[in-house]
Design a protein. Structure first.
Length: 152
């Protein structure tokens, strides 16, 4: 069963779909003003909607004590049965010094769909098919690490 918090977090994420310019500058924290990156997008959604500060960047988010690991990245794609709307999926980046080598985060919407912000030149965040996205990340050696839940 989907909780009220899960409905609220997904609804807020969808309201920002394709409305923000990607940036890695300090403007990334002005999500409600039209700027974000992957981690500031999910940070703002959780803080604005549920008053939960999950951390402003992927290293903070993947290590946050406010979250619970629900899948440990044993496969290229997490099993849909273990996911819930609002869960955050973490992926490797290019900086091996970060915890788990994390470099990207996406939010699970349900139904095998993700929403997140890529540096692909498009206005974001965008909705993606989870299976396809995970496969592409894996092919680029930036695969899936694990899933964390912040709504209990």
């Amino acid at each position: 069963m989907i909780s009220q918090e899960q409905v609220r977090i997904v609804r807020q994420a969808l309201l920002l779909r394709e409305k923000n310019q990607y940036t890695q500058t300090p403007l990334r924290l002005l999500v409600d003003k039209g700027y974000s990156d992957c981690s500031s997008f999910v940070w703002w959604i959780y803080l604005f909607t549920l008053k939960i500060d999950i951390g402003m960047d992927t290293p903070e988010q993947i290590m946050s004590l406010k979250g619970l690991d629900v899948d440990f990245g044993e496969n290229e794609t997490p099993p849909r049965a273990c996911l819930a709307p609002g869960d955050l999926l973490f992926f490797r980046g290019r900086d091996a010094s970060r915890p788990f080598g994390v470099g990207h985060v996406e939010m699970y919407l349900g139904g095998g769909k993700l929403i997140g912000h890529n540096d692909n030149g498009r206005t974001g965040p965008t909705i993606k098919e989870m299976k396809d996205f995970c496969r592409l990340r894996s092919e680029n050696h930036q695969g899936y690490i694990k899933t964390r839940r912040f709504i209990f």
